[in-house]
Write a protein that binds this ligand. Structure first.
Ligand code: VGL
Ligand code: ZN
Length: 192
């Protein structure tokens, strides 16, 4: 069992319409994280702990888009419907939102890359991060890696993540890597 403490925060990665089934870059079963994340949100807000949410927030000519020579269909263009947080995700009003991958010429899978996320977490004295969202093998993986590099203790919410799996082994490899970096794996039932 893990008891939530002061200095804990929930970090929700890229739970946006374009990453859900029917979206521009759908993560298989990506919608399944929404009700689970809502339960985590409840647990954290009930204790007065902060919720952070990253969002992929690309310019229309982002280098990751196929028409610009990148690997992905255009997705999460800043200000469009597809870039909105998932319908049904009950983010608190005071959620701290961090937009990433906003520069046309640079891919940024990590919520820490080119953002002030680390500073905003440290300003609030956050030491432990509980991370869920999309996608396991891209933005969750890179965000977890950077969080640990920045000195945060990371708990991966394994019931609130889903993978793209461009290659079938990607999810398994990403989980192995995150464990190797030092992330601890937890589910809702592990939180007291
Ligand atoms: C992501 C692919 C492209 C993610 C973002 O949020 O995991 N994946 N852009
Ligand atoms: Zn993207």
């Amino acid at each position: 069992m893990i008891a939530l403490q002061a200095h804990d925060a929930l970090l929700i990665v890229d739970v946006q319409r374009d990453f859900l089934p029917g979206g521009a870059l759908p993560v298989p079963k990506g919608d399944e994280v929404v009700p689970v994340l809502n339960r985590y949100i409840e647990r954290f807000t009930r204790r007065g702990l902060p919720v952070f949410a990253t969002r992929d927030w690309h310019p229309p000519n982002h280098c990751s888009f196929r028409d610009q020579g990148g690997p992905w269909p255009p997705h999460c263009v800043a200000g469009t419907e597809g870039a909105e947080f998932a319908d049904g995700l009950r983010l608190p009003k005071d959620t701290i939102i961090v937009s990433k991958a906003t520069a046309p010429e640079r891919e940024a899978y990590s919520g820490f890359e080119g953002t002030d996320l680390a500073a905003r977490l440290k300003d609030r004295g956050i030491r432990r991060l509980f991370v869920g969202g999309l996608a396991t093998d891209y933005c969750v993986l890179n965000t977890v890696r950077d969080a640990i590099r920045h000195g945060f203790e990371v708990f991966l919410l394994t019931d609130a993540i889903r993978a793209v799996n461009v290659h079938p082994e990607d999810e398994r490899k990403a989980l192995e890597e995150m464990r190797r970096f030092g992330a601890r794996f937890v589910t809702l039932e592990d939180l007291s």
